[in-house]
Design a protein around this ligand. Structure first.
Ligand code: SAM
Length: 470
């Protein structure tokens, strides 16, 4: 029998069920009664199944679309408020043995320089990121057991956490490296990583095998079951994602939600985050050769539907997207964005944005200060908070906090405190002025008086030079 609990991820997220889901969605795309019931269920904030959500995705009625988007905004506000967490990617090495046809780091690409940062170079990169104000990083490498073995990744994480620069250290290191063994995931857990992120790229097995013709990543089952191994190794915050543009978006959307259902059924906790990358131009890669690219409108619809289908899962958007697209999807459900990113190995210590080792074109090229200011001008609170992870509130403990509705008494003050640190230490005068006004106004939105008072005390202490309250 089809049972998410007893099946492996690869068996559960199977082609037949996805095809059947898409046919069901097509049949019911104009079924007003069913759509009404699904929207009513979504309004209870308990999420939707892949079948239900796929019906909404197939529906093209503009009124229903408006209602979905309004609901996504409401759910976003309820669980995440107006806070946006900021992070930056840090590329350690572009050595790679895989043949992913959409990625410039693919093994056969002979005209990009291959580069791997030494521990000293990592130090310099991290200091450059800290000088911008970053507290949360996502490290990225190609897959290469000789040049980037797990020991290199572990040593790099240790280096990153050890750098005390000006006002403290990087507080959370998320990791986006290729699928690996339970033993290696255990080592990553012991090294103190935050979220383990791995994009599925595509859930369409046949396409997956064609898109990854050579190298260890060719193994679809091994890749698809990576999150189960990560959880077995003790990592309870995992981040899913597909690379939109490779396959039909409705197929990917159903696969993504099934993956989330699988994790919830087997491990008792769904994904911590979902990323929504779209394929971009890069060296040796022309996105036009992938004919499944999606419009900005469909992209926004997908983001809204992810928000209402998995209300407790954070959503991440990178600088692959332009300012305009980011503005739209932030309101529809995105909770984390990168800022001031460079996607090249060693890019942060260069004066000008290097392009020779870049993984993809960066659309949003603003500085972190500009992104922070823009967020505040559009009524969002930029947050550098890492408190949950540091207090051990990961996996189901984070989900409980989210579900309890206590986020406004917990995450809201933390966002204001970490924003204040940013304003004091890194912001331009203009950003600082806007930020100080925002903090004053947003203090009033902390529901509990006692929490508000403590927050005010912390803000005063930060003004006097204290940092990093725990
Ligand atoms: N090497 C690791 C792996 O195999 O999963 C992960 C690191 S890779 C640097 C991060 C992600 O970048 C990939 O999972 C892929 O989805 C994305 N990516 C690769 N090429 C891209 C492109 N041309 N445009 C946008 N994103 C791309």
């Amino acid at each position: 029998m089809y049972n998410s609990k007893s099946m492996k991820a690869e068996e559960f997220i199977c082609h037949e069920e996805i095809e059947d889901t898409l046919a069901f969605a097509d049949e019911n795309r104009n079924n007003k009664e069913m759509i009404r019931q699904i929207l009513d269920k979504a309004r209870e904030c308990k999420g939707l199944s892949h079948r239900e959500a796929s019906v909404l995705l197939a529906c093209e009625d503009p009124e229903v679309l408006d209602e979905m988007e309004a609901l996504a905004r409401e759910i976003k506000k309820k669980f995440y408020g107006n806070r946006i967490v900021l992070f930056a990617p840090l590329y350690l090495s572009n050595y790679c043995v895989n043949g992913c046809v959409y990625c410039p780091y693919h093994h056969q690409n002979g005209h990009i320089p291959r580069k791997k940062l030494t521990q000293e170079e990592i130090r310099q990169e991290v200091i450059a990121l800290q000088d911008m104000g970053h507290k949360r990083l996502a490290i990225e490498t190609g897959e290469d057991p000789v040049n980037n073995p797990i020991e290199y990744v572990l040593e790099s994480i240790k280096t990153i956490y050890s750098i005390q620069h000006k006002n403290g250290a990087i507080r959370r290191v998320n990791v986006n490296i290729a699928a690996t063994t339970v033993e290696n995931y255990r080592k990553l857990k012991e090294a103190g990583i935050g979220t383990y992120i791995l994009f599925q790229e595509t859930y369409h097995k046949e396409s997956y095998e064609q898109l990854h013709p050579t190298g260890p990543k060719h193994d679809y089952a091994y890749h698809t079951e990576a999150m189960d191994r990560a959880m077995e190794g003790g990592i309870d915050d995992v981040g899913l994602g597909v690379l939109f543009g490779l396959e039909l978006y409705r197929y990917e959307f159903a696969g993504l939600l099934m993956h989330a259902e699988h994790l919830e059924a087997v491990h008792g906790v769904g994904p911590h985050t979902i990323s929504v990358p779209r394929i971009k131009r890069a060296d040796d890669i022309d996105p036009d050769t992938f004919d499944n690219g999606i419009s900005d409108e469909i992209f926004a619809k997908l983001c809204a539907l992810i928000r209402i289908s998995v209300p407790y899962t954070g959503m991440i958007i990178s600088t692959r997207e332009s300012q305009q697209v980011r503005a739209k999807v932030i309101d529809l459900g995105v909770s984390q964005i990168s800022g001031g990113s460079r996607t090249s190995v060693g890019g942060y210590t260069e004066e000008l944005r290097p392009t020779d080792t870049e993984q993809f074109d960066v659309s949003d090229q603003r500085t972190l200060d500009e992104v922070v200011r823009w967020l505040m001008e559009t009524k969002h609170i930029p947050s550098f908070c890492t408190a949950c992870y540091r207090a051990g509130r990961t996996g189901d403990r984070f989900m409980s906090l989210c579900k309890s509705g206590q986020i406004q008494n917990c995450c809201h003050p933390n966002a204001l405190i970490t924003l204040k640190e940013f304003l004091e230490d890194y912001a331009s005068a203009e950003t600082r002025a806007i930020g100080e006004r925002m903090i004053k106004e947003e203090l009033l939105n902390i529901p509990k008086e006692q929490v508000r008072k403590i927050t005010e005390e912390y803000l005063v202490k930060i003004g006097q030079g204290e940092r990093d309250f725990r």
